[in-house]
Write a protein that binds this ligand. Structure first.
Ligand SMILES: *[C@@H]1O[C@H](CO)[C@@H](O)[C@H](O)[C@H]1NC(C)=O
Length: 133
């Protein structure tokens, strides 16, 4: 009887574990800046505040809400991000609105390269953790 109970326990533990494995969450769409969208922010920390309130996971979507080519979205290195150096940029969305899938883990630095957007704090970075499994 004791053995039976132990086996049952192991069985249930495995069932629960496998359920935990298979409860893969649906990808979230993150609207950058929420209702403000992607624009020159009203205060410098606006986008870092926005990002700090969210949890990003692989497979999630960043949605950048802006019109046409008045801004853009580029992924840049940490250094380029810090200096707003737009010499070498990888523009991902040149005409808005547009989306980016977070397909890889690691830090991500996004800026707008148009005019002085970046210096006016149209920038933020996030960290995408490796998927747990
Ligand atoms: C900007 O980035 C480019 C390419 O990485 C580099 O050659 C250049 O020196 C940088 N400019 C400044 C002002 O840091």
């Amino acid at each position: 009887m004791a053995t039976f109970n132990f086996n049952m326990l192991v069985f249930f533990a495995m069932v629960v574990a496998s359920m935990a494995f298979h409860v893969s969450r649906e990808p979230n769409e993150h609207v950058v800046g929420d209702t403000e969208g992607w624009k020159i922010p009203s205060y410098p920390e606006f986008y870092s505040d926005w990002a700090s309130k969210r949890i990003f996971s692989m497979g999630d979507i960043l949605y950048f809400n802006f019109l046409d080519d008045e801004h853009d979205v580029a992924e840049v290195s940490r250094d380029a991000y810090d200096d707003c150096n737009t010499t070498v940029v990888n523009v991902i969305i040149s005409d808005g609105p547009g989306s980016i899938e977070l397909a890889r883990y690691g830090p991500r630095h996004y800026i707008s390269t148009v005019h002085d957007d970046c210096k006016l704090n149209m920038k933020f970075f996030i960290y995408v953790p490796p998927s747990a499994l």
